[in-house]
Design a protein around this ligand. Structure first.
Ligand code: IPM
Ligand code: MN
Length: 371
């Protein structure tokens, strides 16, 4: 089959990890006989440098026409350290989410057996963890009214949610739970926030349509604690924009490295896939960034296109790379496999899925790992 993919490399290590993701897609094209037509576009600090805006119109246009969008990373320290900067790279991503109506962000978190020892958390606590975080992505405090008083002494960020905004992401979370362990935990701050009380009321009503799914409610402060005390109690976590942002970074500790977490941002017409890690500017150009989150984002993209066996091939390749220790230094400081070598292994595995006879020397020489 034929698909149009908009690629947005972005900033920092974004282009490097996206390059590996595209290599994996090319292997999928060859093995499963598909055609991916790419349209590469700018967003982020690189777009500000070239065009003066973090999100050029032509990027939005290309994304709207695409079957899926693959994104690298965004952000540059020259903006992070300047709070008075009027134009910021992140505005590009936020605007794109809003323009495309990507209201539902899914972040799967699992404790990979091969990485259990990597996490600072105890093995018996994290082993077997398998969570999906459903984060509302186009509402809440991220997109509320923002104000700064003339004397710059008072700042304001408004937070609002409508029943409709809550329901559309909730339906997707419940549907996913139906295919999993049938439990949704709504994380909110309903003891303090009016918006959270609306979430609770709306979800209580909506959950009646999903009688096979158990609904649980948890305050966000407690959830932050429970996530590392007893993560196995969670199946699907449903939450608003800001809480989801914070909890998903915390949850990445369970996975052993933030370099392993992929995400899907879904709307009615479009979908975007990206690693949850940032642009890691210190690692840029050094061939040290972990490409697996970006490669796992490709697996999510393929599932979105209903290419399930193709997605499984990618997931198996990632499992195998972890099993064999063909990983970057964030996962194992004793290993010196680079970004591109890990990508090469994934490509090789996709081409030779039946063959387990590996030649490790070849990995370093940039040759086929499978003999
Ligand atoms: C994320 C990021 C973004 C967010 C930033 C880059 C605006 O942290 O995707 O989690 O806060 O949503
Ligand atoms: Mn974040």
């Amino acid at each position: 089959m034929k698909f149009n993919i908009t690629t947005i490399p972005g900033d920092g290590i974004g282009p490097e990890v996206l390059h590996q993701a595209k290599k994996a897609l090319k292997a999928i094209e060859e093995v499963y006989d598909h055609t991916f037509i790419y349209d590469e576009k700018l967003m982020g600090a690189c777009a500000i440098d070239k065009l003066g805006t973090p999100l050029p119109d032509e990027t939005i246009l290309s994304c709207k026409k695409s079957d899926a969008i693959l994104f690298g990373a965004i952000g540059d320290p020259k903006y992070d350290n300047d709070p008075s900067a009027k134009v910021r790279p992140e505005q590009g991503l936020l605007k794109l989410r809003k323009e495309l109506g990507l209201f539902c962000n899914v972040r799967p978190v699992k404790a990979y057996e091969q990485l259990i020892e990597n996490s600072p958390l105890k093995k018996n606590i994290i082993q077997g963890t398998d969570i999906e975080i459903y984060r509302e992505l186009t509402g809440g405090i991220y997109f509320g009214i923002k104000q700064l008083s003339d004397d710059e002494k008072i700042a304001f960020d408004g937070c609002s949610y409508s029943v409709e905004e809550i329901e559309r992401v909730a339906h997707l979370a419940f549907k996913s739970a139906q295919k999993r362990r049938k439990k949704v935990t709504l994380v909110d701050k309903a003891n303090v926030l009016e918006t959270s009380r609306l979430w609770r009321k709306t979800i209580t009503n909506l959950s009646k349509q999903y009688s096979d799914v158990k609904i649980d409610y948890m305050f966000v402060d407690n959830a932050a604690m429970q996530l590392i005390l007893n993560p196995k109690q969670f199946d699907v976590i449903l939450t608003e924009n800001l809480f989801g942002d914070i909890l998903s970074d915390e949850a990445s500790v369970i996975g052993g490295s933030i370099g392993m977490l992929a995400s899907a941002s879904i709307g009615k017409e479009n979908a975007l896939f990206e690693p949850i890690h940032g642009s890691y500017p210190e690692g840029k150009g050094k061939n040290i960034a972990n490409p697996l989150a970006s490669i796992l984002s490709v697996a999510l993209l393929l599932k979105h296109l209903a290419l399930y066996k193709e997605a499984e091939a990618i997931e198996r390749a990632v499992d195998k790379s972890l099993e064999l220790g063909i990983t970057t230094q964030d996962i194992d400081s004793k290993k010196d496999f680079g970004t591109s070598e890990v990508g090469d292994f994934i490509v090789d595995y996709i081409h030779n899925q039946e063959d387990n006879n590996l030649n490790f020397q070849n990995i370093h020489m940039g040759q086929s790992t499978i003999i």
